[in-house]
Design a protein around this ligand. Structure first.
Ligand SMILES: Nc1ncnc2c1ncn2[C@@H]1O[C@H](COP(=O)(O)OP(=O)(O)OP(=O)(O)O)[C@@H](O)[C@H]1O
Ligand SMILES: [Mg+2]
Length: 216
């Protein structure tokens, strides 16, 4: 689940948005105050992998009252749109700054190629245009930079019309970490960091999914 995936990424030094799991609404308010407004609330369930599809994500939550209403809306949406799913709690996460470019970084184990790392731009670029690049691990820093440059939409990363380039090194570092995590953890089948917010300076993972496999 997302809160567990985030912990693993943190332990590898990957920059992730601060987040904690709340099991009740009062705890969610306490955590939101501690993390600092604005926050994002997300349903956490082993049975729900696409949280927004079931109305399980509320962004820009900026007060105690909004936490309370977002919390109950999320729970009622999830029980209506994903009936029978086990709800572990609600993740309270720091809202990432606006103005970033959303990218996707993924990793998977391919039966023929072994560990493979994927990079793509978020949203319509990946879903409609399938504009992604792949490399087989192990990968060098140079190869990771090449993955950024290969996208048809790479202009979005390079900057255009006065918009500055994103911090490519911070993305390269995350790509290399994904390869390292796959290499060191045979029980991981795939990782999906979607999205990673990419800024002029730095990058931040705001959603992560890790799929396990049984290791014999
Ligand atoms: N901490 C955050 N700060 C800013 N925006 C966020 C944050 N978390 C999520 N978002 C926005 O909300 C969208 C949906 O959130 P998230 O990716 O966690 O849900 P999801 O439905 O599980 O995604 P998917 O199944 O498509 O990977 C993100 O793509 C991003 O645009
Ligand atoms: Mg996501």
């Amino acid at each position: 689940m997302e809160h567990e995936s985030i912990k693993l990424l943190e332990s590898y030094g990957v920059p992730v948005a601060e987040a904690e799991l709340a099991s009740g609404v009062d705890e969610a308010v306490v955590l939101a105050r501690k993390i600092g407004y604005p926050v994002v609330l997300k349903v956490v369930s082993p049975d729900i992998s696409h949280k927004s599809d079931v109305g399980g994500v509320k962004i820009g939550v900026d007060s105690d009252d909004s936490v309370r209403s977002a919390f109950s809306e999320i729970i009622s949406n999830a029980s209506k749109r994903a009936p029978g799913s086990r709800i572990v709690g609600v993740l309270v996460q720091k809202m990432a700054p606006s103005g970033g470019v959303e990218v996707i970084i993924g990793g998977l184990r391919d039966r023929a190629f072994g560990s493979v790392v994927m990079f793509g731009l978020g949203g319509v670029f990946v879903e409609v245009l399938r504009d992604v690049s792949f490399r087989v691990a192990p990968i060098s820093e140079e190869e990771a930079y090449e993955m950024l440059g290969e996208l048809k939409g790479s202009i979005v990363l390079n900057g255009y019309r006065g918009i500055p380039s994103v911090d490519k090194l911070s993305l390269v570092k995350i790509i290399l970490k994904v390869a390292e995590i796959l290499d060191e953890n045979p029980e991981i089948d795939s990782l999906d960091l979607n999205p990673v917010m990419s800024y002029t300076s730095g990058a931040l993972v705001v959603d992560a999914r890790i799929v396990l496999r049984s290791v014999g």
